[in-house]
Structure formats: structure tokens, C-alpha cells
Ligand binder design. Structure first.
Ligand code: GYE
Length: 348
């Protein structure tokens, strides 16, 4: 091998070393989850016992429901009310939530509020919060952990009941329409897989479906709770299945996307259309769509959880016990109701 060749090989080896060092350092920096690039709370708050510091790890900003939910926390956990809120939007990624929680622990917050995107994968980080003696309050979605003592309590909706109510509503509606004996072909737009809302709504509807011999579930696919994916998946359903009688869409934003797809395919939906549309959440825009005849029934999911969590924190501050599982109240709406008046007072 010539000298020039040897020199080049040496340079390549040197470069590879430098690259390895850079990559290793970069990797380490990412893994230390330094609080520098995350939200910090100021020293005057840290040294001031008048404030209760709350770290809130939110799922994302994927839907109108989520926007209402975030606003509910932001409006309650204010400095005026004696709180300092560290808010972290995880952009629908569990890894971001794990990072946020570890940052809250590093900063020694007083309470952690977690809306877990999926149910699994929380044992280690919740153990870390417990070891640091920081109570964790779960909101909206829940977790599946070995030891339920890893969190203080959970506040949210009975998703399974929502799904069951949707199925029961469909039985009654088909009966009213004189279609009880007909073969009914159904497609489902599911929410984020493994999220409590998806698991519960799917299971609740399935429990009714399995008793109905003439109902046929053609396919269930995830639209990740977003409008764009809802539209995309509905386009696929419409291309694949010639006759769809019912769309069950596990949130309103996917429903909005699906309605666009239905119109683009030259089809109709709602009480006077070809496809019966059942949705969940009951956000204002969905009630409006119902008024315009696009949605048949919508099963409410209440996003206003902030005040309830503030009450829980007040009890915990006084050293009082709190209930482990706390459901919020909700109802359903359908196109036969006086929606115009209801919309006026709706805050989400
Ligand atoms: O239905 C959906 C949101 O977890 C209940 O998440 C929540 C769901 C809600 O993206 O719109």
C-alpha cells in the first residue's frame, strides 16, 4: 500500500473517530433531558410558598376537544388563583411526555398532572415521581400500571359507556326507521390506538354490536383523532366498500374530515343522507354540523376538567383523602333536539 493511500486511510479513521465522539456526545446530551431547553419556573416562584407549582403534560393539540381541555386548565391554574403552571404539549408523542415529567421532577414541582396519550409504558417514570414524593393526578386518559399506588387519582369520562350508548342509540334509530331487519354495514374511525378513549369507545360499541346479528363491521382503522387522518381513512373506506350504512367516528375532528371525504365522493350523510354518522365529543362545531344535517348523533365527552383537578389539589393540600376514580357527567345529542339554543350556552 502506498504512503498516500496510508495517509488517506489514517485521515478517514480520524474522521470516523470525530464523528463517533460527536454522535455520542449529542446522544448523551439528548438523554440527560437537561431542563435548559424545557420550561422552567422562576426563582421568585420557587422560593415563594404562596404558589402551588403544577406541571401539566398535555397530549397535544389534535382536536377541538383538546383545545377546550387545555383552556380549562390554563384558566384555572393561574397566578391569580395561587398557582404556577408549567405547561408542556407533547405533540401526540409519549416520549415527549416522559421527558416533560422527568423535567417536572427535576424542578421539584408540587403536583404533576398527566393526560397520558396511551395506557402503557408509564411504570418507570411514575415510580420516579413517587420516589420524589410528587403526587400525580391523571386526567382524561388513564394508564395501565402494575401498581395503582403510582398515581393519586384519575378524573375523566366513562368512555366505555359512551361507546355503549352510541350502539344503543343506533338500535333505537334503526327501529324508528323501520330498518331493524336490514343488514347494516358499519365502518369505524378509531382514535389513537391504546389510548383510553379509543379502547373504551371501541369496547362499548362492540358490546352492543356482538348482540346484533344483522350488523356487520366492515373495517375499523385509526384516524389518530385528527381531521386530516379521518378524511384520509374515510376516503379509503369509500373506495373500498360500495355500501356503507353507518360511520362510527371516535371523535368529532375525524368526523369533520370524514364528512369532507363523503361529499368529495359524491355521497351524502346525516338524517337525510345515505350514511348514518355517529360521533363523539360534542364540540360546538359538531353540534353546528348536526344542525346542518351532517351528523345524526354525538356522544358528549366533557373536557372541562381543570376546576375538578383544582378541587382535588385543595383537598390534598389539606391532607384529606381523594377518590381514586372520578367520572365527569355527560350526555348525548341528536338531530331531533333543539340544538340552536344549546349551542348558545356551549363553552367548548
Ligand atoms: O375525544 C379527542 C381527543 O382523550 C377524550 O382525545 C380524549 C379524546 C377526544 O383528541 O377529540
Amino acid at each position: 500500500m502506498g504512503e498516500r493511500h496510508l495517509g488517506r486511510t489514517k485521515r478517514i479513521v480520524e474522521l470516523l473517530w470525530i464523528l463517533m465522539v460527536v454522535l455520542t456526545l449529542g446522544g448523551c446530551m439528548g438523554a440527560t433531558e437537561s431542563p435548559e431547553d424545557a420550561m422552567l419556573y422562576p426563582d421568585e416562584v420557587k422560593d415563594n410558598d404562596d404558589y402551588i407549582v403544577v406541571g401539566f403534560s398535555q397530549v397535544g393539540a389534535e382536536s377541538d376537544w383538546r383545545a377546550g381541555n387545555t383552556e380549562s386548565f390554563r384558566s384555572v391554574f393561574t397566578e391569580e388563583n395561587g398557582y404556577f403552571l408549567l405547561y408542556e404539549d407533547a405533540q401526540q408523542k409519549q416520549e415527549n411526555q416522559l421527558k416533560a415529567i422527568r423535567n417536572f421532577i427535576l424542578q421539584e414541582v408540587d403536583y404533576i398532572i398527566l393526560d397520558p396519550i396511551v395506557e402503557t409504558g408509564w411504570d418507570a417514570v411514575l415510580q420516579e415521581a413517587k420516589d420524589a414524593q410528587i403526587p400525580v393526578i391523571l386526567v382524561d386518559r388513564s394508564v395501565e400500571v402494575e401498581d395503582e399506588g403510582l398515581y393519586t387519582c384519575w378524573v375523566g369520562s366513562d368512555f366505555e359507556k359512551e361507546g355503549r350508548s352510541a350502539g344503543e342509540w343506533l338500535i333505537d334509530y334503526l327501529e324508528e326507521q323501520g330498518r331493524s331487519e336490514e343488514t347494516i354495514q358499519i365502518v369505524t374511525l378509531q382514535g389513537t390506538p391504546d389510548s383510553t378513549a379509543q379502547i373504551g369507545r371501541t369496547a362499548g360499541f362492540a358490546s352492543v354490536l356482538k348482540e346484533q346479528e344483522n350488523w356487520k363491521m366492515l373495517e375499523s382503522l385509526s384516524g389518530d383523532f385528527t381531521q386530516a387522518k379521518g378524511q384520509e381513512v374515510m376516503e379509503y373506506f369509500l373506495e373500498t366498500y360500495e355500501k356503507i350504512d353507518v360511520l362510527v367516528s371516535e371523535n368529532d375532528n375525524m368526523t369533520f374530515g370524514a364528512i369532507d371525504a363523503i361529499h368529495e365522493a359524491g355521497k351524502t350523510c346525516g338524517p337525510d343522507g345515505e350514511i348514518i354518522v355517529i360521533s363523539f365529543d360534542c364540540v360546538k362545531a359538531a353540534l353546528e354540523a348536526m344542525m346542518h344535517g351532517e351528523i345524526n348523533a354525538d356522544f358528549e365527552c366533557n373536557p372541562i376538567l381543570g376546576p375538578r383537578v383544582a378541587q382535588i389539589i385543595k383537598l390534598l393540600e389539606k391532607g384529606e383523602p381523594v377518590e381514586k376514580v372520578q367520572y365527569v357527567e355527560e350526555r348525548y345529542f341528536d338531530a331531533s333536539m333543539d340544538l340552536e339554543n344549546m349551542i348558545k350556552t356551549r363553552v367548548y
